[in-house]
Design a protein around this ligand. Structure first.
Ligand code: ADP
Ligand code: MG
Length: 691
């Protein structure tokens, strides 16, 4: 990994262009934060009017500086930004943090300047964070860089925190004393004109100080670039994403906010899930989970024990288990017997274990020990609500002394003074959560990550084989919906089972011979997308007479709406058991997306579909089948024989390949793919849009 990105976090020298002697100005506050946090490198302020700022010798111009500049931080007003960048680049500076705002986010004029700057940065082989951002932090002892204007003193932890929003980043920094969030690196990326989430995803893999990656994102610069490192197994650390813009309203706000276009949220949701990226719902869940990864061993399973001294919070904890797909563990008799010796007779030795308000540090520790030894328990949630007579500190500290490989996650609901005491006096400094629902989220995210990690191993080979083209044919089709012949050709090449088709001109219908009855006749016009809406699909035709009558009827229907039948499509009539939909489209950010679900005329009403990135592994296809109603039905319910599932999976994969290999396909659908009474499978209606 090149040093340009590393230098944002580990510079030996920083130059602050626009350092100021005026209190409350950004140029002053920034330098003050850098200085008070205890930056270990050389500080080189630039200000044409000052001799010194905050005791540091000031340079009149950038050119006056003879020392090597590892990182240049720009806070000058926007009209001076471009000149400063020119000078820095000429000097050979490779890492530039542009805090100043007033670029793409203000409209066209700002965007032009921003684009010009980015081009210059690229040409010089330099990298830039920002503009319109809040800075970077590295809490590592021998660096100690807080290059933001938030004068907090964040503590070291093994998390990297990337925030697209400066304000949100600042809010998190301002909350640190209360939330006890710790991190190694913080980066506010602003407009993401150059450095973005994808760069940090790669960089943080190489940095041993980072074990967990957290992102607050309003948009993905290039979703496909973000997911590919997961597919190719280049991401070895948990990645948590808080993606704003979940609701339609939220999406509008997000796109005007940093001038970025958001991906459709369903796609984001499906793909993050597919590639083991943990999507969290709020900041709380994000940092709690990061604390989880940092401080606890991963649970082996989802059987949870709850220990408490009060009813209400335990009930909330148990409710949250269900929401997160966790189970309340069933204790062994041995555990219950051991618990009886410690737990108050009026308490409970079942799960949740209730120690009643009298439960003290000793009981809590012993009970946690006993429960952690139970083979039916994978993780413990230990809740303490402060009663009058028991002090929380010893309880909390004591529980974290229990020797076990299983995570014990604590919730404390103490008097307000506790938190300062705990922070000051705790030897272990383990996280203590505030809400009874928090631990379930953390455990469930950790389990999701572990499960996905196993699945991700499958991708690499699959992906490489997917990139080697299977069909490798250059189709020379015109833009628009492909004709029936073209559809037949391409679908056939990929092994999609296209039903036998025959195209007949209206005038040739009468002289038609040797037909296979029963058959289906469909009226085709380049202007008609949904044939059955015009009553242009006639099923189960038994003889020539019926055929001609149906054709006539279709022509009449078309005429009513001023359409003309270009051709009739004749197919064998399939005695149908099930109708399936396989479709796909190219998402502007995340690339090829594949859809599977219930097919037929009523797809929009039935709404039984699921989507994935077309870079599918076997487990994804299984999951698509398992999460849809039609999938479950096809696998056989109520003693029914399953259909040929392997063949179905092959067709899904073939469709995905067709989409991946043919960049011109913007969308397609096989609707329906019919499963016949004899279990044979036929695509009777395929639509492909070529761009
Ligand atoms: P469109 O989607 O343009 O309305 P389709 O070709 O999908 O037209 O036909 C509509 C419906 O007719 C299908 O959902 C299916 O139920 C039925 N159908 C179409 N072709 C056949 C066929 N060859 N055998 C049996 N049923 C068919
Ligand atoms: Mg159809």
């Amino acid at each position: 990994m090149s040093n340009e990105i590393k230098n944002f976090f580990y510079p030996k020298s920083i130059c602050v262009v626009g350092a100021s002697t005026k209190e409350k100005s950004i140029g002053y506050e920034l330098l003050k934060t850098i200085s008070t946090f205890g930056y270990q490198g050389m500080i080189l302020p630039v200000n044409p009017k000052a001799e010194s700022v905050l005791g540091y010798k000031c340079y009149k111009t950038i050119d006056e500086i003879n020392d090597q500049i590892d990182l240049a931080i720009i806070v000058v007003p926007k009209q001076f930004v471009e000149d400063s960048i020119d000078t820095l680049l000429t000097k050979g500076v490779k890492s530039i943090l542009l805090i100043t705002a007033g670029f793409k986010e203000i409209g066209k004029a700002g965007e032009e300047v921003e684009n010009r700057i980015v081009q210059k940065i690229k040409d010089a082989g330099a990298r830039m964070v920002g503009p319109n951002c809040m800075g970077v932090i590295n809490t590592i002892e021998d660096i100690k860089l807080n290059a933001t204007f938030v004068a907090e003193k964040p503590e070291f932890g093994n998390t990297g925190f990337f925030s697209q929003s400066g304000a949100l980043g600042a809010a998190v920094l301002n909350s640190l004393r209360e939330t006890h969030i710790k991190f190694a690196h913080f980066i506010s990326a602003g407009n993401k004109a150059d450095i973005n989430e994808n760069d940090l995803l790669k960089y943080w893999q190489t940095d041993d100080n980072i074990k967990t990656l957290t992102y607050y994102l309003e948009s993905f610069v290039n979703g496909e670039e973000f997911i590919i490192p997961f597919i190719t197994n280049e991401v070895e650390k948990p990645v948590l994403v808080l993606k704003a813009g979940k609701t339609a309203g939220g999406m509008k706000a997000a796109s005007s906010h940093t001038g970025a276009l958001s991906s459709k949220d369903k796609v984001v949701d499906a793909l993050l899930n597919q590639f083991g990226i943990i999507r969290v719902n709020d900041l709380n869940e994000m940092f709690n989970t990061a604390k989880g990864f940092e401080n606890f061993k991963s649970p082996k399973g989802n059987r949870i024990a709850v220990i408490t001294n009060a009813g209400g919070p335990a009930i909330l904890a148990v409710d949250s288990l269900e929401k997160e797909n966790l189970e309340l563990a069933e204790f062994t008799e041995e555990t219950k017997n051991k618990l009886r010796e410690v737990v108050h007779p009026e308490g409970s030795v079942n799960n949740p274990v209730d120690l009643l308000p009298g439960g003290n540090a000793e009981t809590y520790k012993r009970v946690n020990e006993i429960v952690s030894e139970d083979e039916n328990v994978d993780a413990i949630i230990s809740i303490f609500v402060e009663p009058v007579m028991v002090q929380p500190f010893d309880v909390v500290e004591g529980i974290y002394d229990v020797k076990t490989d299983k995570p014990i996650i604590q919730v404390d609901m103490p008097l307000p003074e506790f938190w300062d005491t705990y922070k000051r006096d705790s030897k272990k400094q383990m996280p203590v959560f505030r809400n009874p629902e928090d631990p379930a989220e953390v455990i469930s995210n950790m389990l999701f990550y572990n499960k996905s990690k196993k699945k991700l191993i499958e991708y690499k080979d699959q992906y490489e084989s997917m990139l080697k083209c299977k069909v490798c044919k250059k189709y020379e089709f015109e833009k628009g919906f492909l004709t029936q012949e073209q559809v037949n050709e391409i679908a056939d090449d990929y092994g999609i089972p296209v039903i036998k088709n025959k195209l007949v001109k209206p005038e040739a219908l009468k002289s038609l011979n040797g037909e296979f009855y029963p058959l289906v006749i469909k009226g085709i016009s380049k202007d008609v997308v949904h044939k059955s809406e015009l009553n242009a699909v006639k099923l189960d035709i038994r003889n020539k007479e019926e055929l001609l009558a149906s054709a006539e009827e279709i022509e009449e229907n078309f005429t009513k709406y001023d359409f003309k039948v270009d051709e009739f499509l004749i197919q064998p009539f399939i005695k149908t058991k099930h109708e399936i939909l396989i479709g796909g489209f190219r998402d502007p950010s995340f690339g090829p997306i594949i859809m599977f679900g219930t097919g037929g005329k009523y797809v929009e009403v039935v709404c039984d579909t699921t989507i994935r990135s077309a870079y599918l592994c076997g487990a994804d296809i299984d999951e698509m089948i398992d999460t849809t109603v039609i999938g479950k039905i096809l696998k056989g319910v109520r003693g029914e024989k399953p259909i040929d599932m392997d063949y179905l999976k092959k067709i899904i994969l073939a469709s995905a390949l067709m989409l991946i290999e043919n960049k011109n396909i913007s969308e397609f659908d096989l609707n329906p793919l019919i499963v016949a009474q004899d279990d044979s499978i036929h695509a009777v209606d395929i639509r492909i849009k070529w761009e």
